[in-house]
Design a protein around this ligand. Structure first.
Ligand code: NAD
Length: 468
């Protein structure tokens, strides 16, 4: 070998070595490429890869992940509640603790994915729930961590990966939680990026996500604007939109229990849950008694005309809800209205109004409950239907008359109907039934769970497996 040949050989070896070095320095996943990505495309691609790996794992791995999330996130609940209130400026810490714990404990896991089999002379057919792929989950500011926990459990149980699009008003805490969930999943099953988001959640990034080819389904938990946008995207959408739940109390109701339930339901987290009582419709005959009992349970009746006016002016401007007061405490709302705050802070403010008052007809998301008196049960039903506005979300009724309860449940056609309980009984709090924070009303899935985030598939075997 002459000098030139030797030099060429050394150059070749060195070049190969350097190229390999470059490969090995870029290959390992840097912290920025796990869970939280700089751009939407990279995040979704990573989730898509993770989904394929997840799909190969047995169901027991899904269960193991859910067990880990339920156990480990329980330690974070106080932090999630405190930070949720601090970052969004809405709700109250004690109630957010309850809501987060509810999501963690009562969101169903893989047991929700029941298999159906039909058998006969010609063989057998199975119907099973299979995952979609990567779900684009848009989450609200009102229940930010509750929704991320609830949707993570449901969607992972179903076998999907998730790209979260958190509300910009809750982004720091949402990113923290997504990172934490991702890490717990990785520790349990060794797969990174089953849940992802971007470092800058924004309306623009949400729109990019909605158009991404690797997003199989959109699950939107928010107000009407964002649900409509998703429905126009051309993708399958599970839309959990706004509500305006009426609560009807007739003259047969157990008034003390009704009063306690209404105060409790309408004051939960300063009334920001979409299911919370937003207007109280009460038959005249029992109205005074109900109001008196509600005061006993911690409500403050605003009745002096100047104060009523001041309260309405604070809560509404030009007939629209004052966004600055959404989710604020009763005391903060009284202060904003220039009304003295009593020594013992009220749980809920109540004010008598006409049926067509904007406080009644709009979802106001404040601990201010308008009370409308009606002549009788029939008029109450008419008003309740108008208040609900065909949103098909939630309605509540207190009565001891079973046929009336049945009639109103049928007429309201809401995803949730609560009889003789606080509104939150409808999401399994202190009541039967599973928990969800994604109540798909415009698109009709209702109270969502793992099976909602699945495609239903059919598998046929001819000439066999019927043992009857
Ligand atoms: P919102 O509609 O302001 O925001 C919801 C989500 O949509 C957020 O992630 C936000 O970033 C995104 N978004 C909003 N406008 C957007 C736009 N133009 N482009 C891209 N993204 C956009 O809702 P919110 O204030 O966080 O939540 C309150 C509303 O959500 C209420 O109306 C409440 O009833 C409803 N909600 C419904 C359910 C349910 O299960 N049905 C649950 C929680 C909240």
């Amino acid at each position: 070998m002459n000098n030139t040949e030797l030099e060429t050989l050394i150059r070749t070896i060195l070049t190969e070595k350097l190229e390999n070095q470059t490969e090995t320095t870029t290959a390992p996943v840097s912290p920025n490429q796990v869970a939280i990505f700089a751009d939407v495309d990279s995040a979704i691609k990573a989730a898509h890869d993770a989904y394929h790996r997840y799909h190969e794992l047995p169901l027991k791995c899904r269960s193991a992940i859910l067990d880990t999330l339920r156990r480990e996130l329980d330690q974070d609940i106080a932090y999630l509640a405190e930070e949720g209130v601090r970052e969004t400026g809405m709700g109250n810490v004690a109630h957010k603790v309850l809501k987060n714990r509810l999501a963690l404990e009562k969101t169903p896991g893989i047991e929700d994915l029941t298999t159906t089999a039909l058998t006969g002379d010609d063989g057998m057919v199975l119907f099973e729930y299979s995952p979609y792929g990567v779900i684009g989950s848009i989450t609200p500011s009102t229940n930010p961590t509750e929704t991320i926990i609830n949707n993570s459990i449901s969607m992972l149980a179903a076998g999907n990966a998730i790209y979260f699009s958190p509300h910009p008003g809750a982004k720091a805490l949402s990113i923290w939680l997504i990172k934490r969930i991702e890490n717990l999943i990785y520790k349990t099953c060794g797969i990174h990026n089953l849940v992802v988001t971007v470092s800058q959640p924004s309306f623009e990034n949400t729109q990019i996500m909605m158009q991404h080819p690797n997003i199989a389904v959109l699950a939107v938990t928010g107000g009407p604007g964002i649900v409509d946008m998703a429905l126009r995207s051309g993708k399958k959408t599970i839309g959990a939109g706004a509500g305006n739940p009426p609560c009807l109390v007739d003259e047969t109701a157990e008034i003390v229990k009704a009063a306690q339930d209404v105060v409790s339901g309408a004051s939960l987290d300063n009334n920001i849950p979409c299911i919370a009582e937003k207007a109280l419709i009460v038959v005249e005959q029992v109205a005074n008694d109900l109001i008196a009992q509600m005061i006993d349970f911690g409500a403050l009746l605003i009745q002096e005309p100047a104060q009523v006016q001041a309260l309405k002016s604070a809560c509404l401007s030009d007939g629209k809800i004052n966004k600055n007061l959404i989710g604020k405490s009763p005391a903060a709302i009284l202060e904003a209205a220039g009304i003295p705050v009593p020594g013992k802070e009220p749980k809920l403010l109540i004010v008598e109004t006409m049926q067509d008052d904007p406080l009644v007809m709009h979802e106001q998301l404040m601990p201010v409950l308008p009370v409308v008196r009606v002549r009788d049960f029939e008029q109450g039903v008419t008003v309740a239907l108008e208040v609900e506005g065909g949103l098909h979300h939630t309605a509540i009724m207190h009565s001891q008359n079973v046929s009336r309860l049945n009639k109103v449940a049928q007429l309201m056609q809401t995803s949730i109907f609560v009889k003789n309980g606080p509104s939150y009984a409808g999401i399994g709090f202190g009541a039967e039934g599973f928990c969800t924070f994604t109540i798909a009303t415009p698109t009709g899935e209702g109270t969502t769970s793992a099976r909602t985030f699945c495609r239903l598939r059919r598998c046929t075997l001819t000439n066999g497996f019927s043992i009857r």
